[in-house]
Ligand binder design. Sequence first.
Ligand code: ZN
Length: 142
Amino acid sequence: MEKIPSFQKDHNTLAVGLHMSAPANGVTTFDLRFKKPNAGDYITPDALHSIEHLLATVLRNSPEKENIVYFGPMGCRTGFYLLTVNLSYGEVLSLLKECIPVALSLEEVPGSKKEECGNYLAHDLAGAKRELSKYLEILEGL
Ligand SMILES: [Zn+2]
């Protein structure tokens, strides 16, 4: 098996923040790294799940919704992947700085009813907001 590009990145030196990969088939992958890898601090599974619902909803309702291909969590629980078309690094950074405050203003997790979600009891809105607030601070410092 070939080692895929996301495993070729050196996770010992990967910092929190926003990282952009070279486009493949017109799609650009952004690494939204909330946590330093292997540092003992991970997003809890419920908060991770709620952030997925919150940001997927807000991004797909944003002015750039046509350019959002996918948003979802990393299995290692240190961040998320955002797949886009036609957006630069600066545009994605601005978009996240606009969308995270909108997500923080929501009073319930979108799509968290039993008929809408595969594990509807596994949500933590307060925990998701804590992680999103910390990540927004990281983005403000970039
Ligand atoms: Zn769900």
